[in-house]
Design a protein around this ligand. Sequence first.
Ligand SMILES: Nc1ncnc2c1ncn2[C@@H]1O[C@H](COP(=O)(O)OP(=O)(O)OP(=O)(O)O)[C@@H](O)[C@H]1O
Ligand SMILES: Cc1ncc(COP(=O)(O)O)c(N)n1
Length: 290
Amino acid sequence: MKLPKVVTIAGSDPSGGAGIQADLKVLTQFGVYGGAAVTALTRQTSAGVLGLFPLPAEWVLEQVRDVLWDLRPPVVKTGMLQQPGVIGGLGRLWGEYVREYGKTGAHVPYISPSAEPVPSAPVLVVDPVLSSGTGVSLLAGGGLEAFREDLLPVTTVLTPNVPEAEALTGIAIRDSDDMVGAAERLLQFGVQWVLLKGGHLPEWEGVRIADLLISREERRWLWGQRVPGADLHGTGCSLASALAACLALGLPVPEAAARAVEWLRQRIGSPLFVGQGRGVVCQKLERQRE
Ligand SMILES: Nc1ncnc2c1ncn2[C@@H]1O[C@H](COP(=O)(O)OP(=O)(O)OP(=O)(O)O)[C@@H](O)[C@H]1O
Ligand SMILES: Cc1ncc(COP(=O)(O)O)c(N)n1
């Protein structure tokens, strides 16, 4: 059986609640090995993003190629890609990686007979980060077009929130019917599965909350209890990483999505307040100090 591995391609959050820091912590909690290629540095605290320093696009793509060809991860997860050159370049590189993986398979050691099998073709989970929770733009001009033209056609699972789905499709989302319409439009761009998160939907500002998981063949709503007054950062990054981890452990997309959403909602109910700002969900400490 194969060692479960995920490579995340994302930005750095020095406060540790979002970005690659959150991704690696979540992967570790699921028992999955994590590699990370960094797209940009941020100055960021638990209260918000203060600055952004993108790395040159060619350099980001070289990092990605190096680590994919070395680790051969069955699952790759993207977070803040920030530049159209990175988004477009990754779309092209992914086709090459799929062919390479098909030739040689996952290059991984035996770990245990009880481990689940890794996917036979590599899987790409794309969290289309456009801005921080506090409204700072994390995507440069031309980024939406690059997503639509180059990355969505090769995406296995896309995990937009409501504003991201609106920006990518141009469809205003006010209720659950609009969520279905926008998710179907995203499938038309070539995405295989869409997990459209409903946290921002006014319709459900009551006790319930739902995310929509949709493919060309299936549609299901993932219902849960809304935690009142949640003021958190990094929930999107943590959810996409949990989903990537479950896929690397061999779960099919519907089961992986349900398990990741369930895991996140439990965390939203007991976040860690690590600084002066919002709480985080990517880590649970065994012993919490007062
Ligand atoms: N108050 C809440 N109580 C329970 N679950 C929630 C709550 N808010 C969001 N969620 C869940 O958290 C996940 C993330 O949803 P959301 O729509 O907020 O995404 P997001 O905007 O990418 O997150 P963030 O911007 O905080 O990183 C979804 O599974 C959603 O159902
Ligand atoms: C490096 C990085 N990547 C992504 C986010 C989005 O996370 P959130 O929407 O929770 O602020 C972030 N703030 N920083």
